[in-house]
Each structure stands twice: as structure tokens, then as C-alpha cells.
Design a protein around this ligand. Sequence first.
Ligand code: NAD
Length: 497
Amino acid sequence: MKSIDKQELINLNYRKQFAIEPTKNYIDGTWVTSSVINKNINPSDTSDIVASFYEATKEDVNISIEAAVNIQDEWAKSSIALREKILNEIGDKLLSNKDYYGEIISREAGKPLKEATDEVVKSADFFFYFAAEAIRSRGTYMDSPRQNVDIEVIKEPVGVVALITPWNYPLAIPAWKIAPALAFGNSIVFKPSNTTPTIAYILAKIIDSTELPKGVFNLVIGQGSVIGETITSSKHIDALSFTGSVDVGKSIARDSIKNMIKLQLEMGSKNSLIVLDDANVDEAVSAAIKGSYNATGQKCTSSSKLIVTQGIYEEFLTKMKEEMKKLVIGNSLDKDTQIGPAISKKQLKQNVSYIELGKKEGATLVCGGEVLKRDTDGYYFSPALFTDGKSKMRLNQEEIFGPIACIIKVKDYEEALAVLNDTEFGLSGGIMTKDLTKAMDFKHNAKVGNIMINLPTAGMDNHVPFGGRKSSSFGSREKSFSASDFYTTTKTAYIKY
Ligand code: NAD
């Protein structure tokens, strides 16, 4: 492994000691500490403490909710020009320090530096996009069958929204929820993952530096098992948007539905890439490598089932093995690193246990699957490839959230599609083929929310709807014009004159 450039290490050591103060909660415009302080560890280098952070208490959560409730009516009436200005300012401030924020994400999420910096740019884009959405007219005028009656369909803020986010896109996912929430006049209680609190704190600092009225945006950092229920069972929350695992999503749904609030849940998945005989094999291998192993396989849209028809199987497998040997696995801050570490010891153990399970179920491990040592102590693991996979194996049914893929050999397109749809999930699915008829059939018959034709299953654009089907999603789509479905509520006004 190439070591980190010496000057960069010096800079990093400097930052380790001085740059990040303990992160606090942001409640009703005030920075709040608590008696519980925890440490945020870099998964590429467990000796690197990215920051200490104060965990919010249940009482802090209740105070945040109260602050959001108290300001909601005033914020709902705020000028759309003010909202536009604030959102643009947040985007500008993110961009103005993107390299440093990228480094923070890289350290706390173990994401290769370039991907982490790209995430900052992507996040800024969400603020710019929703700045423009804030000033777009959304109401509709309609005629009535009655004489001298007009009808207006008005979009109003939904109210106080709770936003609960995972660690794997620690800035982009909060951005694609916070930006539309503010654009459409809602107040916010935001609970990020406490695996990645530092970038959430930085975002809160940026928001605090704008003209946003106190109480509109509140940050509470803490474990879901400790403060989660205080949020999800609150009678004062009007809507809740969650991104995370299926089990947590289901438990949130059970809590929240008691208060009949609006819910949006984006959860895990098990995504497949189909490779047909007529595909360009180099492009198919590239899509499989990117889709399965980028971000250490820790994307909800990663492909972990590679469904390959028999005519191209041998060539595809040979080239996959060749390309996998070239992957550089290492410290996320090393410029040459393509695959960073697992996010935690627990995730590393889970990767290892799925390797054991795959072998037990009769799949053949042909590449990787080993815990690795690097210059710094971290949770390194070599991307793994299985063959001889069968659709019903747990290996091919459960979300692993690691760099582990399994090839399932099939006879033709019809069998490939059946295997792709044989899952409780439905977030993303891809096909590599030059056959237009099969590609079109796939577009219509794959039971997923995102279709990728001749592209990896991961890698979505900002300005279009995002979400899945079956156990992967519940509620309306995120991002784009669709975001207003969740962050507004519709009122129909009849006016006689
Ligand atoms: P997670 O479910 O463990 O945690 C997500 C968030 O929920 C965290 O903020 C956590 O603290 C909070 N939480 C946990 N228990 C809670 C409770 N009882 N009440 C309220 N909040 C609670 O997920 P994770 O490990 O952070 O992220 C990985 C998962 O997220 C994967 O399953 C991945 O597929 C999914 N994900 C989905 C999408 C998508 O858009 N579909 C995007 C990214 C990640």
C-alpha cells in the first residue's frame, strides 16, 4: 500500500489535535452539551479520533421538538425569497470548504477522499436545487362545475418534520432531506447517525451562520436506541423521513403510525446486475466492479447479485478476477485507495460471517473475502466474489452491506429476470445488453424503483425521484420535484364570488 503523503500526515495530525472541538447539539439556536460524551473513531485508523461528541438526552429531544413547534407557524409564513437566500448560502458555504469537509467525511465514514469530496459537492447541489424550488409556484387553479366558483389547490408546509439518517452518506442524505424541508417552510428535528456526527455538526454550524430563525432547525446527536423513540412516538411531529436499515425502519413505522403522521422510509436492499450474452464484457465487468465494490459495498444501491447468462459466463468471470486483483484497498485518505475499510468492527465481523455462510450454503469463494492488515489499524477487508450461487441462498437474499458479490449463472434473460425479482427488496436493478427488446422488457418488468441499463446499479442523479419498492421503501419519493409530495400538504380552496 502506498503510504499517505508525509505533508498530508502532518496536516492530519495537526487536525487530529486541534481542529475539531467536541461536537454539540443545536437546540433552539443554542449549542448544548450533555453529561454523555462519546468518541467518533476513524475506521481506517482506529487511533484517529475524529471528534468527541455530546449525546443528546430525551429531554433535549423534547426541547428541540417544542422549539420546532413554537416557530413553525412563523416559518411557514416566511418569505420564499428568504428561504431561497438561506439555501443558496448553505450551498455556497459547503462548496467554499469542500476539501476539508470531504476529509472529515473520509475520516468518519471511511470513504475514499475523492468520493467524500464529491459528496460535499453533491450535497451543495441539493441546497441550490431546493433554493430554486422554494421560489417555484406550486399552487394550481381549477374550474368548478358550479357557476361563479373557483377552486385553488394550495400546497402548505407539512409542519414539524423529524429527519433520521444513516452513516453511509452522512452529508448527502441529510442535505436531500433538510433542503426541501426548509424550502417548503417546515421546521426540523434532525437526528444523524452517531457513527458520523462530525459532518452533521459542521452542517449545523453552517446553518447557524445564516439568517434562519432560531428553532427552525435543531440537531440532536445520539443513539437510536436511546433517543429514537422520543422522536418517533412524539405527538408533536407532523412527518418523519427516515433512511436506514429495514428493521429500524419497520420499528419506526410501528411507533409513528400510532400518531397517524406522514411517513417516508428509505431502507435496505438486495440489488442485482444482469449480464446477458450479447453485453460488452469489459463494460459489464466495470459496471459490476463499481456497483458491487465501490464505497466498500456499503451503498443501499450496491449490486451483490451478479446474474450472468451461460454464453458470457466464463469470459466475464475471468475478467472479473483480473480486475479485482487490481483494486487498491486501504486508508480512505490515501489518494490511491479505491476501496476503504468497513465502517466498524461489527460490519467487518458481519462480512466475515457472510463469507462463512456463503461457503456453507454451497457457493464457491473465488476471490477475496479476507481481513487485511494495512499501515494503520482499520477494518480492512478484500472485496469478495462467489460463484455457484443459487437465488434462494441467504447469501443472495439478505442485505450484507459489504463488498461481497455472488455470481448466479442462468440460462437466458427470462431466468435472469426471475432471479432478479426473487427478493423481498426492490431499490435498484441493472442489465448489461445491446438487445433493445430485452432492455425495454427489463425496464417494464423489473420490480424495482430504479432501473439501470448498461450502467452500474449505484450512482443516481440529484434532480430525479429516488426510492424503491417492496421492503426497500415506504411513502413518497425523495429528491427532485417529488420531494414536495412529502414536505407539503395539500389544501383545496373553493371560492364563490
Ligand atoms: P440504521 O438503521 O442502523 O440507522 C439509521 C438511523 O436510524 C441512525 O440515525 C440510527 O441512529 C437511527 N435509529 C436506530 N434505531 C432507532 C430507533 N429505534 N428509533 C429511531 N431511530 C433509530 O442504518 P445505518 O447502519 O446507519 O445505515 C445502513 C442502512 O441504511 C442500510 O440498510 C442501507 O441499505 C440503508 N440505506 C438506505 C438508503 C436508501 O435511500 N434506501 C440510503 C442509504 C442507506
